[in-house]
Every structure is written in structure tokens, then in C-alpha cells.
Design a binder for this molecule. Sequence first.
Ligand SMILES: Cc1cc2nc3c(=O)[nH]c(=O)nc-3n(C[C@H](O)[C@H](O)[C@H](O)COP(=O)(O)OP(=O)(O)OC[C@H]3O[C@@H](n4cnc5c(N)ncnc54)[C@H](O)[C@@H]3O)c2cc1C
Length: 406
Amino acid sequence: MPTTPDRIIVIGAGPVGLVLSLALAQAGLKVCLVEALGDDNFLEQIPRAGTNHPATLEMLDRIGLYQKLEPRGIIAPVFHYWDRHESKLIAAFDHVHLKNDTRFPYVLQCERIKIVEEALAMARAHPNIDLRLSTEFVSFEQNSDGVKARVLNPAGEEETIEGRYIVSGEGARSIIRKDLDIAFEGFTYDDRTLNIEVAYDFRQHGYAERNYISDPTEWSNLFHWKGPPDRWRVHFPTDPKADESALMQPDALQARMQGFLPTGKPFNILGSNLYVVHQRVAARFRGGRAILAGDSAHVNSPIGAMGMNSGIHDAMNLADKLIAIARNEADDGVLDRYARQRRHVAIAHSQAQTIRNKKLLSEQDPAVRKRNHDELRRTADNPELARKFLLRTALFDSLRAADTIL
Ligand SMILES: Cc1cc2nc3c(=O)[nH]c(=O)nc-3n(C[C@H](O)[C@H](O)[C@H](O)COP(=O)(O)OP(=O)(O)OC[C@H]3O[C@@H](n4cnc5c(N)ncnc54)[C@H](O)[C@@H]3O)c2cc1C
């Protein structure tokens, strides 16, 4: 009688699918990794995540990816909170306070596209990973023994791939989540975020590599990425009623930049895009042999850099459990623990924190703004309070909380 091949099917070669596949393959498990993009367009993805927190760096180091990323990124121990209204630095947080907590007392500013490029090269070279590029996942079915994924191969023909489990690393529009009829609970902000990438050295104005800038009318974020050419990303809120093409006109982008920093000279704008921000968490992270991870399970505002980071944490948590099952060290019930742990983190940490972050940056009430800024200053200036604050923002608290969930 034919038996189900002992392999894990991972859909999506984003950061989550790739990290999961590498962790499984390095432990000796067979993986089939399915990705809709191909060699011709894999690197043409819009700019997204890029701040990698210390806890994530530890995980990337475990799978040998950190070494490849460090030379392509910027080591950034310090981040800033600014008051744009008064053009004042409110507080500088230095990850040096975490030097006894981690081997990586800094964030690595390294964009998602570089992460997936390096990880894809590692996946391609690994004998345990059957990498299927230009292959679109369409649907799946499961029984008590395994799963069957239906895909369209590069020739456009239908194919069936069989395995023990299927993991959705498909991102926010996960077909697996929809097929399992799992609600994506939460809300979508009215305002879209405008992202402008410029070649300009903001350090000459006192900014750090990573800055959160509060303002009652136009909060902002400012991040530095390694080139060539070096680029800085600036985020702005937009009027929900504004027309998309008007927002993206070159003159409108220049006006936004001049409003942010009036240099009197046009900025060298390298790119721009507009995106909708959601705060949503899947009602369940598991349906039998199908498991959700990363953006397929949760999406949140990028303020605080929690999306990709917590997705990679999902991937490593799940990898350890699938490895334990394959080695007969655990039964399949551990996947329910994965779901409990990571869903708790998505709601109580990533979502709660990013909602707070947005509120902090856009606070309207002057008295509350002053109180918030005084509190940030007091926290940054006190080493013990600063360490506690950084343990939360660098996601160590979320991992410790997950560990306590049985
Ligand atoms: C502007 C912006 C800035 C951000 N900044 C940050 C940040 O600084 N830090 C942070 O932590 N997070 C940030 N995020 C969030 C972050 O980008 C995501 O959380 C992260 O990319 C999710 O990874 P993923 O692997 O789950 O999904 P994705 O990155 O969405 O990857 C999904 C993959 O699956 C493939 N796929 C989808 N459907 C199919 C299919 N049917 N068949 C085959 N393949 C398929 C896709 O082609 C893609 O390669 C940001 C997001 C945005 C929009």
C-alpha cells in the first residue's frame, strides 16, 4: 500500500517559510518548499520589513543565516524617539543594556529582500529541501495520515504534492487559512502608510539608524539601510480620503519630505509605495495537519518591527515541534501547544505593543504627549528601566511568556 512521504510541505518562500524549511532540513527532515515567484522575479518584491531584533538574530544564527546577513546590514545598537513637533530628541535607547541577556545587543538593519535572497540560496543548496519555484499552491486536502497539496507547476500543469504536514508561510492572503475557514479577527486602520525611500544621510541631523518620530498630525518613522546606495525609509500617515495617485505624485512626495526636513533642495527619491495596515490574528493557528505561521496567522502595524520578527519566532518554535514529532520524542499534540503559545504572543505582545506604539506616536492630547515623553526619557536614563523596556521591545518578553504556556 502506498504511504505518505515523510516530509513537510511549506508554502511560501518568504522569511517565515524559508527559516522554517532551513531549520527542518538541518535537523534531517525532508521539506518541499513551494513558491509562486520564480528566479526571474523573486527579487522584485516591494520593500517591507528590515529591522531584526536581538532574539531573532539568535535564531538566524542557529541556522547559519546571520553570518550571511551581517555584512549586508547595519548594526544598530541605539534607537531614538523624537518629537517632530518640537524637533527634539526625546530619548535614546541603547541595546548595550541587554549585554548580559544576549550575544546580540543590537538590532541588525537588514531588509527582508536580502534575508530571502540569502535564505533562498541556502535552501537551494540543501539536499533535504525540494525547492519548487514558479509553482503556485492552489488548494489542499488532508486525512489522518497526511496532506495532499494541489499546485500549478512552472508549465501551468496541475500537480499533487504529498506530505505529513503542510505549513502556510503564504503571507496575509493565506489560502490554507481560508480553506480551513479560520476567521482573521481584528481591524484595518483607515489611514494608509506612505513609504518613501531616499538617498540622504540623516545622521548629519542627529538621527540614529532607527527612529520613531511622534507628532500629533504627522508621526513618522525613519530607518537606515545599507547600500550602495545607502537608503533611508521614511513612513508617513495619509488622509484616508486622499486619492492614491495624488499622494504618489513626485511633487507630493517631495513636499512630504520637505515638510519632514526642509533642506530647500529636492531629495533623491529612490522609491515609494503606499500600504494598508491591518491588526489581525487568526482565530486558530492549526487545522489538523495544516498549520499557520507568520503573516498567514497574524498581521500588525510595522511600528516596532514585530511582523517579520514574530513570524520567524513562529517558524523556529514550530520547527522544534515538528522535529520532535519526526524523532518520536513528542506526539502531534505539541502542535496545539505551538498554536497556544504563538497565538498568545500575537495578541498579547505583537498586536498590543504595535497598537500602543502607534498611539504613542500619534497622541493628540498635549498633556498626555508630555507625560509619555517624560516617561520615555526617565526610562531611557535609568539602566534597569531601560533594560526592562528593551527586553519587551526586543521581543525577549514575548518568548519568555510563550515558554510558560503549556
Ligand atoms: C511596509 C512594511 C514594512 C514592514 N516592516 C517591518 C519591519 O521593520 N519589521 C518586521 O518585523 N516586519 C515588518 N513588516 C512585516 C513583514 O514584512 C511581514 O511580517 C513578513 O514579510 C511576513 O513574512 P511571511 O514569510 O509570513 O510572509 P511574506 O513575506 O508575505 O511571504 C509570503 C511568500 O509566500 C508566497 N506565496 C503567497 N501565496 C502563494 C501561493 N499561493 N503559492 C506559492 N507561494 C505563495 C509569496 O510569493 C511570498 O514569497 C513590514 C510590512 C510592511 C508592509
